[in-house]
Design a protein around this ligand. Structure first.
Ligand SMILES: Cc1ncc(COP(=O)(O)O)c(C=O)c1O
Length: 495
C-alpha cells in the first residue's frame, strides 16, 4: 500500500493527543537551583508578598502574570536590530501605522500629516487609561464607566479621576454553568437598567476582551454587537480594553455560530468594527515585553462627542511620554511590536497557546482542584472559597495569600491571588473587610515560555497542597491592609 493510502487509514497528525509545539526553542536560560528552605527564608523576609520574591529564585513556573513575560520569536529579536532611534518619525512608526490598520482597521490610525491625531503610543496599558480617564475626568460631571469587568489598574485610573467604575458581570459568569463559552460577556440587562437611570452620566462603555477580572473569559461577537447597538442608540461611545483581542477572536472562531470558517484576522476586524476606540497593553497580545496604545476611530462617536480630546491627548502624550511618533517606546520596541502583531493573529500560534492553558486547567481539574471552567485564554483560575471548603480558613484569613505563599515556598511556582485580598477593601473605621464578588488565585501562563512538563509539575504541586489544605496557615496582614492596590504592597504574617 502506498504511504498516501495508509495516511487515509491512520489517525491524522492533527488528531494526536500530544501535538508538537508549533515552534522550537531558539535559546534557553537555565534556572537557579535552590531549596524550599531557602525560598521560605526569603519569602519571610519579603513579608510573604510574592510580588517581592526575587524572580531569579523561581525554580518552577512564574504564573504571576502573562503581561510582558512573553518569550519573543527569533524574528522579533532580529527586528530589534532594525530599530530606528530617531527622535521624530522613526522608520518603525510608519510600519506600526500600517500594522495597526491591517490588524484593527484603517480608521484607527490617521495619516500623521493630516493633523488629526487619533493613535497614541504609550509605554504600557495603564498610561493609556490614565490619559483617557484624566481627559474625561476634567468634564467635572459625576460620571460612571460600566464594563463587563474592569481590570484593577483600569479601575484605579477611573477612580483616580473621580469617575465611578462599575462591573456588569454576566449571569453566566456567576453561575456554575460550565457549558457557557462566553462567561466574559457584559450583562445586557444590567446595562439597560443602568442606562435608564444614568445615561447622561456615562461618557463611554468599556468591554474588556478577554475579561481578565471575570476569570479570563471571552466575550462573544453577539454580546459585542448587542452592547454596540445599545451604546449607539444612546449615543454613547463604546471602547475595548483590548489586551487579549487575539485570544478572544480565537474563542469566537471556535465556539460562536457562523465564525468557524472565518480567519482570525477577519474576526478581529469585525470585533473592532463595533467600537469607537480602544486601549491596549501590547504586553499581552502584542507579544512584546513593553508597549501600549490608545486608538480612537476616525469619525467615530467618541471623537464626535469630545472633539477637543484628541489634541489634548497629544499634548498629554508629549508632556508625559514623548513625541507622538514614538510615544513611550524606543524605536527597537516598536519594531518588535510590529513583528509581534503579525504573529499573534496566526491560527497555529493561537491553537497552541489556548490549548496549553486548557491543558493546565484540565490537569488541575483531574486532580480535583476547584477551577473556573471553561478555561479562559491566558490563565486558569482556582476558586479559593471552594478550595478551602470544610476547613477553618475564614474569608478574613485570606486563604488565597496563604496558598500562593505555600506554592512558591514549598514548590517554587509563583501564582497570584486575585480575590478577597487583591480586590477587597478594608475600612479602618468599622474595622471591616468588604469582599469582592470573586475570590480566585490566578495562574497566568506567559506566552511561548513553558513546556507541558512545567505545567504538569505545577498541577502536581497544587494537588499536594489541596490534599493537605487544612494545614495551610491563616494570614495576618502586617502592613498595608487599608492601602489602595494593596496586594502589590502589603506584607503578611502566617499563623
Ligand atoms: C485587562 C487589562 N487591562 C489593562 C491592563 C494594564 O496593562 P499594563 O500592565 O500594560 O499597564 C492589564 C494588565 O495586566 C489587563 O490585563
Amino acid at each position: 500500500m502506498t504511504l498516501a493510502k495508509i495516511a487515509k487509514k491512520l489517525p491524522s497528525e492533527d488528531s494526536l493527543h500530544t501535538l508538537p509545539r508549533p515552534y522550537f526553542n531558539h535559546s534557553v536560560e537555565f534556572k537557579e537551583r535552590n531549596s524550599a528552605e531557602k525560598r521560605l527564608e526569603v519569602l519571610k523576609e519579603v513579608g510573604y508578598n510574592v510580588f517581592f520574591f526575587p524572580a531569579g529564585m523561581i525554580t518552577g513556573c512564574d504564573f504571576l502574570s502573562d503581561s510582558g513575560t512573553t518569550t519573543m520569536t527569533n524574528k522579533q529579536w532580529a527586528a530589534l536590530h532594525l530599530g530606528d532611534e530617531s527622535y521624530g518619525s522613526n522608520k518603525g512608526y510608519f510600519l506600526l501605522m500600517e500594522k495597526i490598520r491591517e490588524v484593527f482597521g484603517n480608521e484607527f490610525f490617521n495619516e500623521p500629516a493630516l493633523g488629526k491625531p487619533n493613535a497614541f503610543i504609550f509605554h504600557q496599558g495603564r498610561p493609556c487609561e490614565d490619559a483617557l480617564f484624566s481627559m474625561l475626568g476634567k468634564t467635572g460631571k459625576k460620571l460612571i464607566i460600566p464594563s463587563n469587568g474592569h481590570f484593577d489598574t483600569t479601575e484605579a485610573n477611573i477612580h483616580a479621576n473621580k469617575i465611578k467604575p462599575l462591573n456588569l458581570f454576566s449571569e453566566e459568569f456567576k453561575s456554575d454553568d460550565s457549558e457557557s463559552h462566553f462567561k466574559g460577556n457584559m450583562n445586557i440587562k444590567k446595562l439597560k437598567d443602568l442606562l435608564k437611570k444614568s445615561k447622561n452620566n456615562i461618557p463611554l462603555i468599556y468591554i474588556t476582551i478577554t475579561n481578565n477580572t471575570g476569570g479570563g473569559q471571552p466575550v462573544s461577537m453577539e454580546n459585542i454587537k448587542q452592547v454596540s447597538s445599545i451604546a449607539k442608540d444612546h449615543k454613547i461611545p463604546l471602547f475595548f480594553d483590548a489586551c487579549r483581542f487575539a485570544e478572544n477572536a480565537w474563542f469566537i472562531k471556535k465556539f460562536e455560530k457562523g465564525y468557524k470558517s472565518k480567519s482570525i484576522s477577519k474576526i478581529v476586524k469585525e470585533m473592532f468594527s463595533y467600537v469607537d476606540g480602544f486601549t491596549i497593553s501590547f504586553k499581552k497580545d502584542g507579544l512584546v515585553n513593553m508597549g501600549g496604545g490608545l486608538f480612537l476611530r476616525a469619525g467615530g462617536l467618541f471623537i464626535k462627542n469630545y472633539p477637543e480630546i484628541p489634541d489634548a491627548l497629544m499634548n498629554h502624550q508629549i508632556i508625559k511620554e514623548g513625541h507622538p511618533t514614538y510615544g513611550g517606546l524606543s524605536g527597537r520596541d516598536i519594531m518588535t511590536l510590529v513583528t509581534g502583531l503579525g504573529t499573534i493573529i496566526q491560527q497555529k500560534y493561537l491553537d497552541h497557546r489556548i490549548r496549553q492553558v486548557r491543558e493546565l486547567g484540565e490537569k488541575l481539574v483531574d486532580f480535583g482542584i476547584p477551577m473556573v471552567t471553561p478555561f479562559g485564554g491566558h490563565a486558569v483560575y482556582m476558586d479559593v472559597n471552594k478550595f478551602f471548603e470544610g476547613t477553618n480558613m475564614k474569608p478574613n484569613d485570606f486563604g488565597g495569600i496563604s496558598f500562593t505563599a505555600a506554592l512558591l515556598g514549598l514548590y517554587g511556582h509563583r501564582a497570584c491571588e486575585l480575590g478577597y485580598f487583591a480586590f477587597g477593601q478594608y475600612d479602618p473605621k468599622t474595622k471591616k473587610e468588604k469582599h469582592p464578588e470573586v475570590n480566585f488565585v490566578r495562574f497566568a501562563v506567559p506566552r511561548l515560555r513553558y513546556e507541558r512538563q512545567d505545567l504538569e509539575s505545577t498541577a502536581e504541586a497544587v494537588k499536594n497542597l489541596y490534599e493537605n489544605r487544612e494545614l495551610l496557615p491563616k494570614v495576618k496582614v502586617a502592613y498595608g491592609r487599608d492601602l489602595p492596590l494593596r496586594h502589590f504592597k502589603a506584607r503578611f504574617e502566617l499563623h
